[in-house]
Ligand binder design. Structure first.
Ligand code: IMP
Ligand code: MG
Length: 180
């Protein structure tokens, strides 16, 4: 079991629904970038996006490169602190490349805003955003997101890469966390 005995996770999005939507997103991304005559660079945001990225990249039928970047805005808490920190920078330049940020969730938007500003300053040809989840009720900053997997209610969710204090990333579904 992935959970501790005292806690519960109520299923919000099933494993099958995630699979279906990720396939669709892969097709949408393929369509949008198919005219590119160069590889698209997926920039996965550590660590929450790793499971999504692993599935999504195989649903995209294009020449791709994959890079990872680590940012942290939460610490161990379940509310965004608003302070974004780079915990691991890209190891290669993205100048003159088309990049697509792959994020697990867009809550307030502080993390994405920080990332987009930071990456834009490095001179890429374009910066797109694909987020698996979005919580529209909590969005503080308007960010044009090119691809969204699911809009979800204002609950704390875990699974499929999303964690609570580093745990439950390995749940195959996405669920609402109910502390015991
Ligand atoms: P934002 O900066 O408020 O948009 O928060 C984005 C980051 O907070 C994401 O990259 C996640 O790591 C984390 N986060 C936000 N909401 C949740 C949630 O419901 N479950 C797990 N992590 C979350
Ligand atoms: Mg997290």
């Amino acid at each position: 079991m992935s959970m501790l005995k005292s806690e519960r996770v109520k299923e919000l999005i099933s494993k099958e629904d995630i699979k279906r939507r990720v396939e669709e997103l892969g097709k949408e991304i393929t369509r949008k970038y198919e005219k590119l005559d160069e590889p698209l660079v997926l920039v996965g945001v550590l660590k929450g996006s790793i499971i999504f990225l692993a599935d999504l990249c195989r649903a995209i039928d294009l020449p791709l490169e994959i890079e990872m970047m680590g940012v942290s805005s939460y610490g161990e808490a379940t509310v965004s602190s608003g302070v974004v920190r780079i915990t691991q920078d890209l190891v290669r330049p993205i100048e003159n490349k088309h990049i697509l940020i792959i994020e697990d969730i867009f809550e307030t938007g502080l993390t994405l805003k920080y990332l987009m500003d930071n990456l834009r300053a490095r001179g890429p040809k374009s910066v797109g955003v694909c987020t698996l989840l979005r919580k529209p009720l909590r969005n503080k900053i308007e960010i044009p997101v090119d691809f969204v997997g699911f809009d979800i209610p204002d609950d704390f969710v875990v699974g499929y890469g999303l964690d609570i204090a580093e745990r439950l990333r390995n749940l195959p579904m996405i669920g609402i966390y109910e502390p015991g």
